[in-house]
Design a protein around this ligand. Structure first.
Ligand code: KG4
Ligand code: ZN
Length: 393
């Protein structure tokens, strides 16, 4: 069984082709895995611009699919151009009328290459930016229409959960058996959620942010410090060098730990971001040392709150495993802090490989295989759902 996955929920166009191995558990080999980032383009706006993201996905997707098929050894050129039957051509025109770049590229692809040996397609259909999601979905539906390959809609946050528990050995990935109940901490550019996971594929949101997501706060604070987008890795780099240099944060740079003592599992990052701004406004200029101090204190504040809320969630749910996923899980200090907590509290910690923390196609492919294994049926009608909760997937 060979599966191709598509991820276009934000500013990364990602494709992955995997081959499932025989056996009860989900084990697979990666035949091709590519992520095309639009970061440089969005950097000039200081954040992701949805219409631009859609246009770029639409320009890039078909070529990326062809490149991955080639790398996977699945691209076979036709000797004679195949003419798409008129009825299918009309349907394709209607399906892709809002993605003209993709329509012309896909027509060429369908004419020039043979149907590849792909058994299933998994595509992110939410949550995320709807205009961006539609590009991936319509690309998948076009392949379904012309090549008759079944399509599975995948929840992006479930992708982050599964990417975190994957084990990786000798070019082979596996979804291992883990101890339940588990809790998942999902921290990305659009989400900050604590989720109870009583068993595989069962999710209940038990806490979330009331305003900004953690990744969003990292990006906004980075912008205040005149650091390029995406700000998470930039803040992290500054904070790490501040730690190494033993820089001490002066009292007037100390920041609050929002909602630390509210007793619930919710978060708030907007006040913290404003607190950073207030500190900056009091200064005449922000030199490199000040940037390091603010980055360090901001990151410490986020980590302190995450650790405290996770500890409470693990305790209240008698959880045996903690799954941490989403782009912010690439953060070194947050990873170390959660590792320390897992050692103190004796629970098992699942962190994604760093390259699987941020958005990618492998996370969507692994959920696709899991769905197929669990007997979930493919769909012919799929809609983008920007706010699709992991609870309902
Ligand atoms: O999961 P992701 O790639 O996209 C969404 O689904 O949102 O997460 C992107 C977010 C961005 O806000 C980015 O700044 C943040 O993850 N991020 C980090 C780090 N690497 C990425 N935040 C803190 N530290 C990092 N090392
Ligand atoms: Zn994500």
């Amino acid at each position: 069984m060979i599966l191709l996955s598509i991820e276009t929920s934000c500013d990364e166009t990602a494709i992955c082709i995997v081959k499932r191995m025989r056996g009860k558990s989900v084990r697979f080999e990666v035949l091709s895995h590519k992520v095309l980032s639009q970061v440089d383009l969005h950097a000039q706006y200081g954040g992701v611009f949805p219409a631009l993201a859609k246009r770029e996905h639409s320009k890039a997707l078909t070529q990326l699919i062809a490149t991955c098929l080639e790398e996977a050894g699945l691209l076979v050129q036709r000797t004679n151009t195949h003419h798409i039957p008129n009825a299918s051509r009309k349907k394709l025109d209607i399906l892709l009328e809002r993605e003209p770049d993709m329509l012309s590229a896909m027509k060429i692809m369908f004419e020039e290459i043979q149907k590849p040996a792909i058994d299933a397609i998994a595509v992110t259909s939410g949550p995320g930016l709807e205009p961006a999601l539609w590009v991936g979905i319509n690309g998948a539906l076009a392949m379904n229409m012309i090549w008759d390959i079944p399509v599975y809609p995948i929840n992006h946050m479930e992708g982050h959960v599964i990417a975190s528990i994957l084990t990786h050995k000798d070019e082979c990935y596996e979804i291992p058996a883990i101890e339940f109940p588990a809790c998942a901490l999902l921290i990305s550019g659009g989400h900050t959620e604590l989720v109870r996971v009583p068993k595989l594929r069962s999710y209940k949101v038990i806490g979330k942010t009331r305003d900004d997501a953690v990744g969003e706060a990292f990006d906004k604070v980075a912008r205040m410090l005149e650091l390029p987008y995406p700000g998470g890795p930039q803040i992290s780099k500054l904070a790490e060098s501040a730690r190494k240099e033993g820089i001490v944060v002066d009292d007037h740079f100390k920041l609050p730990r929002p909602m630390l003592h509210t007793g619930d599992l919710n978060f708030s990052c907007s006040g913290l971001k404003t607190a950073v701004l207030t500190r900056i406004h009091k200064l005449e200029s922000v030199d490199d040392l000040t940037k390091k101090k603010l980055a360090l204190e901001f990151e410490n504040s986020i980590a302190d709150v995450l650790v405290a809320k996770v500890k409470q969630a693990m305790y209240e749910n008698k959880a045996k495993s903690l799954i941490v996923g989403g782009g912010v899980s690439a953060n070194t200090h947050i990873r170390k802090s959660l590792k320390k907590l897992s050692e103190e509290e004796a629970f098992e910690l699942f962190l994604p490989e760093k390259n699987l923390s941020t958005d990618n196609g492998l996370m969507i492919a692994s959920v696709g295989l899991l769905h197929i294994t669990e007997g979930i049926k493919p769909r012919t009608k799929i809609k983008a759902n920007g706010s699709w909760s992991v609870e309902d997937c």
